[in-house]
Every structure is written in C-alpha cells, then in structure tokens.
Design a protein around this ligand. Structure first.
Ligand SMILES: [Zn+2]
Length: 322
C-alpha cells in the first residue's frame, strides 16, 4: 500500500540540475582519436554558449536546448569545445563561443541565449542537468587559463575535464573543482505543544517574505556532519546533535554541490548572527507546508524558496517523513 506520505515523498521531477540522460563516457573520452571522430560525426550535436548562456529554442513548450549540427562545429573549430556525453550513439558537446562575435547572430525570435538560472525551470529536467554540466565546465575553463603552480598558460585537455600547463618544466594537470555547500534544516520537538519545529533564516538580500534553510560552504578538513553543526551554531547559536543526509543538488553558479541535511537541534534558543542573517525563526510543520505551497507566490509572507531550490526539496521530503 502506498501512503499519502510516500506519494508526496516522490517528487514530480528530479531535483533541478540532476538527472541528465547523457553517459559521460569517462573512459573513452580520454582517447583523442575517439574524441576527434565523435566531434566530426554528422550525428553529433553542439550547444553554443555565450557569456555562459546556452542557446535555447523558445518556439515551443517546454523550451529546448538549441543543438547545432556538425557544420556549426566545423565552422568554429578553434573555439573551446567540451564533451558532455553520449545519448545512445549520439555525442553531445558544448562550445564556448565568447571568442567569436558572429555567433551572436544566432540569437533571434525563436532561439535565444538565456541564462541558466532563468531557463532551468522552463526546460525538461534532463536538459537542465546538461546545462549545469556545461555552465560549470565552461566557467572553470574561462577562469583557469594560467597554471596555479607556475603561472604559465594552460590548455584544455581530456575532452574538457582537465587543463594542462604548457610549461615543459611543469606540465601540471588541473581538474575542475566542485565546492561542497551544506544546506540544512534544524528540527526539534516543542516541549510544550509536542509539535515538530523547523529552523529557517532570512538573509538581508532575500526577497521580502522569504525564509530558507541555513547554508554555508564546507571548510577543508571538515566532515559534512561537522559543517552542518558549525554553520547552524555560527548563524543562530543553536547546538545540534545527529545529522541526516537527505538529498544533493549540483548548483552551477559557478560549481557548487549542495548537500541537503536535517539536524536534530538540542536547544531552542536562537541568537541570530546579524552579519549573516536578518532573522531566524522556528516554524511548525503546518507553517512549513503552507510556505512550500506559497513558494512561487511573490506576494506571500512568509514563504520558502521555489521548487528549483534544494531548500524547498529537503523541506518537502522532511514533511513527507524523510
Ligand atoms: Zn605550470
């Protein structure tokens, strides 16, 4: 039997920016011949990106990625090209077009360069996941043109999954990094009412009425559990015990991995760190349910962030019994 809690635990779509259908082909893509052959096949597809914005076909609903044929790639062979993966036999690539102004002319009525955050909710989930991969990788290449060890120029290598130092005495290899961020709900049972309560905070730059899960970058030499407890304590003064992992989300702005958790709070007293937060409060289950329902209504106060966010998804899963 499926209970109502089970059915709400199953989201209608994967967490945004995950769920790509592409096989990244991590082993064959290291083979330069294999890669060159795929890059020149008539069946291969190429996604142009300008200023980290993908080309999107907006002529139908949902919007779709505006893949270009191999002729496009041949005309722009000098531009940085990243292998995204295979779907069946079809190879998919992203091309960083910033160095070629002529590509701007692709932008028109039916296809447009649109930023990833705006377009993600408008495309199929598996296409949003491809955008996360392409955006993070191209951004990393753009910002890592020089070797961190010796300062010499680096060049794109291994289908876009590393950069190699050009200095023959160095030859250091650099890899794209992913920055882990913990995002969490602290929960406790109110001693008087017996109600389960959830701790949310408000940053000064949030839209009016928005409260969200606390979050922060993990530090070197720290476990996920330790980072969760440290961030909650720093921002609200609330000590926590057990920490449970709920779900994660790639966040390509520029290349974070959001790690969603629930932590058991050991005390209800809140001391807000005003440098980080404007407010922090305990909300009941019923309030959280309403805040999720109101998440896409900009007039609603209080409300949680929209379904695109991991804060929304972990709150939804927690309500459903996770
Ligand atoms: Zn070097």
């Amino acid at each position: 039997m499926v209970s109502s809690a089970d059915s709400t635990a199953r989201p209608p779509r994967p967490i945004t920016f995950s769920g790509s259908l592409l096989d990244r082909a991590g082993n064959p893509r290291r083979n330069a011949e294999w890669l060159a052959e795929k890059r020149d096949l008539a069946s291969s597809r190429f996604l142009p990106m300008r200023e980290l914005k993908p080309l999107i076909d907006v002529s139908g609903k949902p919007a779709r990625l505006a893949w270009q044929p191999v002729d496009f790639a041949r005309r722009h062979a000098s531009l940085p090209t990243i292998f995204l993966g295979l779907q069946g036999d079809i190879a998919h690539f992203a091309i960083d077009c910033d160095a070629d102004e002529t590509v701007a002319t692709l932008h028109g009525e039916t296809v447009k360069f649109i930023d990833v955050r705006s377009i993600a909710p408008m495309v199929a989930p598996e296409e949003a996941a491809i955008l996360a991969q392409a955006r993070s990788l191209i951004d990393w290449h753009q910002r890592h043109g020089f070797c961190a060890q010796c300062g010499s120029p680096t060049t794109l290598a291994e289908a876009g999954y590393s950069r190699r130092c050009s200095n023959a005495n160095c030859r250091a290899q650099h890899f794209p990094r992913t920055d882990p961020v913990v995002i969490m709900l602290a929960v406790r049972r109110d001693e008087t009412t017996g109600q389960e309560m959830v701790l949310l905070g408000r940053q000064p730059q949030f839209m009016p009425g928005m409260f969200s899960a606390l979050a922060g970058f993990m530090e070197p030499g720290e476990s996920i559990e330790e980072a969760v407890r440290r961030e909650i304590a720093e921002e609200t003064g609330v000590p926590c015990g057990a920490v449970r992992y709920i779900a994660s989300q790639p966040w390509p702005f520029p290349s974070s991995l959001m790690i969603g958790c629930v932590a058991d709070a050991l005390d209800a007293t809140i001391t807000v760190d005003r440098a980080e937060l404007e407010d922090a409060r305990w909300f009941s289950r019923d309030e959280i349910a309403l805040m999720l329902e109101n998440s896409t209504n900009p007039e609603a106060t209080p409300r949680m962030p929209p379904p695109l966010s991991l804060a929304h998804q972990i709150a939804k899963r927690w309500l459903a019994g996770a």
